[in-house]
Write a protein that binds this ligand. Structure first.
Ligand code: NAI
Ligand code: OAA
Length: 334
């Protein structure tokens, strides 16, 4: 009988000592956006994942991580997911997605989160600087453009290594609404929105097309403006429906696309909150612009020739971001 029992598989040491390693992806904040981002990243096997939250959440991150791991035989992925409240487990991450912070509720604007989340981002940034000095950091917490500016300041990382997620989500919302309007596949819609993650975001009609056809040939200007307006208020629309918090499925999918761009060195051309210095004459602020994203993070900011009215709208959006950063700096100094 005993001879029929297979011995436990014991791989030769050369198997165990593989020098190949999966990307290490840490998601900070194991709430709605964070846990869903871990889910998308694991399902796409982008790497091994650390889901980190504050000590007060006790075993919650471990619980979510274990639950996600137990979906792996069903979904067919081999990513490992660890939940923790210790930065030791996040050490030497390749990519870090920062979702730590409070979300808004109905009646609030993203800017109402400034004071609380600026302090959270400051403490998270200090930990990242110590534990993962080579990571590409993707900030999600709101108000987005100010939070990513603070993360860059606190870590002192190269500007290519710190960026923010907003444009992939805003553009996805715009593409969804355009597809609904025209009754076509979302896959055939290509679009670009620039500027801050707020009501001042700027659509670029010359960069919006449906199967290669300029959108302006398919939708009249008044209707297009209504769709843009719905996109600008896309986050608030979800907040008013959910009532207990803000969107997370689409935001988390947007983060996973940016993580994929880094770990697979995809060279994606996507809108990202990137530090613009001479670019677009911004002068050292984070704002949504088209970039090339690959293993080094934001590898290039693409400068477009904007029309006069696009330039004016973009400038308005940049001014709103600058105002918010100034308020944040005063709050943190006080
Ligand atoms: N940029 C974007 O497009 C989007 C941004 N957001 C923002 O993302 C943030 C997170 O949203 P949700 O996940 O819905 O909120 P949530 O409340 O579900 O999760 C936030 C998590 O962050 C944790 N946290 C708080 N302080 C922390 C710290 N110092 N270190 C680690 N973790 C910490 C909390 O314990 C909580 O588990 C919000 O600020 C929200 O406004 C949400 C959707 C889209
Ligand atoms: O609306 C919010 O507060 C969350 C967010 O940024 C979005 O869904 O675009």
């Amino acid at each position: 009988m005993g001879a029929c029992i297979a011995k436990a598989f014991s791989p030769p040491s050369s198997f165990q000592e593989s020098t190949m390693r999966r990307a290490k992806i840490t998601v900070i904040g194991a709430g709605n956006v964070g846990a869903t981002c871990a889910h998308w990243c694991a399902a796409a096997e982008l790497g091994d994942i650390v889901l980190l939250d504050i000590p007060q959440t006790e075993d919650m991150p471990a619980g979510k991580a274990l639950d996600l791991m137990q979906s792996s035989p069903i979904m067919g992925f081999d990513s490992k997911i660890v939940g923790t409240t210790s930065y030791d487990d996040a050490a030497d991450s390749d990519v870090i997605v920062v979702t730590a912070g409070i979300p808004r509720k109905p009646g609030m604007s993203r800017d109402d989160l400034l004071s609380t989340n600026a302090r959270i981002i400051t403490s998270v940034g200090e930990e990242i600087k110590k534990s993962s000095p080579n990571a590409v950091v993707i900030v999600v917490s709101n108000p987005l453009d100010a939070m990513v500016q603070q993360m860059w300041k606190v870590t002192g990382f190269d500007r290519s290594k710190v960026c923010g997620q907003a444009g992939v989500l805003d553009t996805a919302r715009y593409r969804t609404f355009l597809a609904m309007e025209l009754g076509v596949s979302v896959e055939d819609i290509s679009a670009l929105l620039m500027g801050g993650h707020g009501d001042t975001m700027v659509p670029i009609p010359s960069c919006t097309s449906v199967g290669g056809i300029p959108v302006t040939q398919l939708i009249d200007p008044a209707r297009l403006e209504e769709i843009v307006e719905r996109t600008r208020k896309g986050g608030a629309e979800i907040v008013s429906l959910l009532k207990t918090g803000s969107a997370y499925y689409a935001p988390a999918a947007a983060c996973a696309q940016m993580v994929e761009a880094v770990v697979k060195d995809k060279k994606r051309c996507i809108p990202v909150a990137a530090l613009c210095e001479s670019e677009y004459g911004v002068g050292g602020y984070y704002v949504g612009v088209p970039v090339i994203m690959g293993s080094a993070g934001v590898e290039k900011v693409i400068e477009l020739n904007l029309t006069e009215s696009e330039t004016a709208d973009f400038q308005k959006s940049v001014d709103a971001v600058k105002g918010l950063v100034a308020t944040m700096d005063e709050l943190l100094a006080g």
